[in-house]
Design a protein around this ligand. Structure first.
Ligand SMILES: CC(C)(COP(=O)(O)OP(=O)(O)OC[C@H]1O[C@@H](n2cnc3c(N)ncnc32)[C@H](O)[C@@H]1OP(=O)(O)O)[C@@H](O)C(=O)NCCC(=O)NCCS
Length: 406
């Protein structure tokens, strides 16, 4: 394994993406990919003089309980068709995650191709997000009162600034650079960004869609907005397109239950059922997360109650790491103190109750995917009933919601 060199290795990694069909529905595949990978650091493996595997990771920030934490997103993991099940993807992802931990990331996340593979590296499944398809005419928002503007590749910096400034809550991530935004616009035939500016010409709120044929259903990929008025104006814009846009597929924006803004959702869904403009509502998790630095993960958080315990933690990543590197995963005893200013430190707390957990399950609890009592039923999260009840009482982060697609 060696570091990915963007200039030298792009063509070889493109050949892998091509071979495995990742770019089959994209136009400008290589141009988009070039921008996408430019903001990653990566690892490649050569076999017989040819690159057969690649992992790319991108540094950003994660908003956790009001604090922006250094974060690393595993952006891409690929093994060529002739290089599978030899352990490359496992070893290289483990190494990339350890690199991120050594650079100071508090946590890592990724979009999973399926559940199971990344569990072996300590990742636990995130919160399901809710996606619906709806007829924009049924949106309960006022008629649009001004014209929107369209934005293209020449506006990437403005779009990126608008995305970065967007309203966010617990569990959100952000990434500098705009490479993924540009890649998306290059890749998807029919990609568009529409939005509004303030009196000074600053792009304040916009959404990105992907057009499908004449009348949809379009996919709304993300929305960027800061206030209630801006959110409503974006939805009014969508509604203004309803005469020739019969359906959109859209996720709940952060903090918003779209159902609150839809007129007669069941009637409308029934009328469209089995038609081209209907897809059933779907609530599933696409992402996985893990803590890399427990000290930073809990430092200073104001918990809902006070308690102290020992966590006997297991971390499966260590068996996939090369010998001798400084960060070796998190296996071992830790002391967690929850209270006005929480902390997690290495070592057991004498006489304290003990929670036995995998880092996968602990990460889910930390993020607020599930409370302790739920994880105790189905995950590696074990303690006596008294401690589980105490943890339910003391640790109650809001539901996490990440709207920056990995
Ligand atoms: C997924 C992928 C990267 C794995 O690459 P690889 O080099 O074959 O992976 P490894 O050799 O490290 O690991 C393969 C092992 O993981 C196991 N595995 C794969 N998916 C799994 C899952 N969902 N749950 C549990 N185990 C899984 C395999 O069965 C295999 O097990 P084995 O080692 O006991 O034979 C490769 O199949 C690929 O490039 N797929 C297409 C691109 C893709 O989907 N990438 C992931 C993007 S998130």
């Amino acid at each position: 394994m060696r570091p990915y060199n963007h200039k030298r290795d792009l063509a070889a990694v493109h050949a892998i993406w091509d071979e495995i069909g990742w770019l089959h529905d994209c136009q400008n595949g290589k141009k988009g990919m070039k921008r996408f990978l430019r903001e990653t650091v990566g690892i490649v493996e050569e076999s017989d003089g040819r690159i057969e595997g690649h992992v790319g990771i991108r540094d950003g920030l994660l908003l956790h309980e009001g604090r922006w934490l250094p974060f690393s997103m595993v952006a891409t993991v690929t093994s060529s068709l002739v290089y599978r099940v030899g352990g490359f993807a496992t070893r290289a992802t483990a190494a990339a995650v350890a690199d991120a931990a050594e650079r100071g990331a508090a946590a890592s996340g990724l979009g999973m191709f399926d559940q199971g593979f990344y569990d072996r590296l300590g990742f636990g499944t995130g919160a399901p997000d809710h996606r619906v398809s709806l007829d924009p005419r049924t949106l309960r928002v006022p008629r649009l009162t001004r014209r929107a503007k369209r934005y293209g590749l020449q506006d990437i910096d403005r779009i990126q600034a608008c995305k970065m400034a967007s309203r966010r809550g617990h569990g959100a991530t952000v990434f500098e650079g705009g490479g993924d935004t540009e890649a998306e616009m290059r890749w998807y035939d029919g990609a568009y960004v529409l939005g509004f500016e303030d009196d000074d010409g600053v792009l304040t709120h916009c959404f990105s869609g992907v057009r499908k044929e004449e009348a949809g259903p379009d996919r709304i990929k993300w929305m960027a907005w800061q206030s209630r008025e801006q959110l409503i104006e974006l939805l009014s814009l969508l509604k203004s397109m309803a005469d020739s846009l019969y359906g959109v597929r859209i996720g709940d924006p952060p903090g918003v239950c779209l159902l609150d803004l839809v007129d007669r959702p069941f009637e409308s869904a029934e009328k469209r059922a089995k038609g081209a403009y209907h897809q059933p509502a779907l609530s599933t998790a696409w992402e996985q997360w893990r803590i890399l630095d427990p000290r930073a993960a809990f430092a200073g958080v104001r918990a809902a109650g006070s308690t102290a315990l020992t966590i006997s933690l297991t971390d499966p990543i260590e068996q996939h790491l090369a010998a001798g590197r400084p960060w070796r995963g998190l296996t071992g005893p830790w002391t967690l103190r929850l209270g006005d200013s929480s902390s997690m430190e290495k070592g057991a707390l004498a006489g304290a109750p003990v929670l036995t957990a995998s880092v996968n399950a602990l990460s889910r609890w930390w993020l607020g995917v599930r409370p302790a009592s739920h994880l105790a039923l189905t995950d590696d999260f074990d303690a006596d009933d008294g401690l589980i009840e105490e943890l339910d009482r003391c640790w109650r982060p809001p539901p996490p919601r990440n709207d920056w697609e990995f």
